[in-house]
Design a protein around this ligand. Structure first.
Ligand SMILES: NC(=O)c1ccc[n+]([C@@H]2O[C@H](COP(=O)([O-])OP(=O)(O)OC[C@H]3O[C@@H](n4cnc5c(N)ncnc54)[C@H](OP(=O)(O)O)[C@@H]3O)[C@@H](O)[C@H]2O)c1
Length: 340
């Protein structure tokens, strides 16, 4: 199987840029880094109010606009070879907070592509979420499925592909990183019971999958939805994650099962507090608790591998070592001497 890093001739790139939304975010930032590192010119959407977050790097042309700005979206996609849609709302208070970005944003972006003549329409790679598999769990999950449905029902004639990553972690991640840092310090706070299982994915592998799709995605796979994971069959039980912590530290890790009612209480307090602050978008809400305690977040990547040759390279133990390397200067937890 071909690994992306060893693809011959990768340096020879077409002139048309790849359009990226969400480039100031955790996943989009890594996608931009890997695309430009591979020689692909990138045109990246940035919200004017957040322009300070953009990281200038060679090969990136920034374009001011939002997912609510139809004219900017046409400027974004015109003349591009591919659009990677990484922008999304992962935090919010009301269903509308999620729907507006994750559903209506997809609709406006797809409409911008659709407004171009058919031969000039770039391929769209939409970063959805494994949460879309369980839309009843939360407003976030429903909105991610809503975004997929927009493509499947309203823009079925567009050349689009959907990726459904599971929980993604890595540099810049705000959701899983606290839990992994505690794991590295020797304590695992485990939501969910002994039977719960989840797949994980390092952000670097996700960005490599985007790049593989750009290089090797085939027309006949358009309109399809792919999952992707770190390659561990059956995902991780919380006990497996604890054992990864032990292997990483070479010392014991204490697993604390966090009762659902405690997290639900914390979510209630968090939500009430967020209602008092204008514009606050909380992460821990009742919907997030239902997601956290869902027993099956396992997926695979075989179909994606068959479609574009991508294979994951970073499992959790490697991911913990990479995190230790990133954080080394900041002295978190206990870092074994030989990690890098
Ligand atoms: N993180 C995960 O574990 C995970 C797992 C599966 C799927 N996903 C999906 O991956 C995508 C990216 O997630 P992430 O973790 O990278 O989130 P993130 O760090 O919060 O980044 C979100 C990005 O979307 C942009 N954005 C939000 N609303 C926008 C709007 N109205 N117009 C234009 N841009 C907007 C943000 O711009 P600003 O910088 O201006 O705020 C930011 O660049 C999301 O669709 C998410 O559902 C994430």
């Amino acid at each position: 199987m071909v690994m992306v890093a060893t693809i011959p001739g990768l340096a020879a790139k077409a002139e048309e840029p790849v359009a990226v939304t969400g480039a100031t975010g955790f996943i989009g930032g890594e996608v931009v880094r890997q695309l430009t590192g591979g020689g692909f010119p990138v045109r990246a959407l940035v919200r004017p109010a957040k322009a300070g977050r953009r990281q200038d790097r060679p090969g990136v042309a920034w374009l001011n606009g939002t997912l609510g700005d139809a004219a900017a979206l046409v400027r974004l996609v015109r003349g591009c070879r591919m659009v990677v849609h990484c922008a999304g709302a992962t935090r919010g208070l009301t269903p509308d907070d999620f729907r507006e970005v994750n559903e209506n944003g997809v609709r406006r972006l797809a409409a911008a592509i659709h407004s171009l003549p058919p031969v000039k329409r770039p391929r769209l790679l939409h970063i959805s979420s494994l949460a879309a598999r369980e839309p009843h769990l939360s407003p976030y999950a429903a909105s991610k499925r809503g975004g997929e449905l927009v493509l499947e029902t309203e823009f079925a004639d567009l050349p689009y592909t959907i990726l459904r990553p599971p929980a993604v972690y890595g540099p810049g991640d705000r959701e899983l990183r606290p839990l992994l840092r505690w794991l590295a310090r020797g304590v695992l706070f485990a939501p969910g019971g002994a039977a719960a299982r989840l797949s994980l994915l390092h952000v670097s592998d996700l960005a490599a999958a985007v790049r593989a799709w750009l290089e090797y995605g085939r027309g006949r796979d358009e309109g399809r939805t792919f999952t992707l994971d770190d390659g561990r069959p059956g995902g991780y039980a919380w006990e497996d994650i604890r054992r990864c912590g032990v292997d990483f530290r070479r010392r014991p890790v204490l697993r604390l099962n966090v009762p659902r009612r405690v997290v639900r209480l914390a979510a209630g307090i968090n939500t009430a507090r967020a209602r008092l602050v204008v514009g606050c978008r909380p992460m821990l809400t009742a919907g997030k608790v239902r997601e956290l305690y869902h027993p099956d977040w396992v997926c695979g990547h075989q179909e994606l591998r068959a479609a574009c040759g991508w294979e994951p390279r970073i499992r959790l133990l490697d991911g913990l070592r990479l995190m230790a390397g990133d954080d080394c200067g900041r002295r978190f937890g206990t870092i074994p001497g030989d990690v890098s």
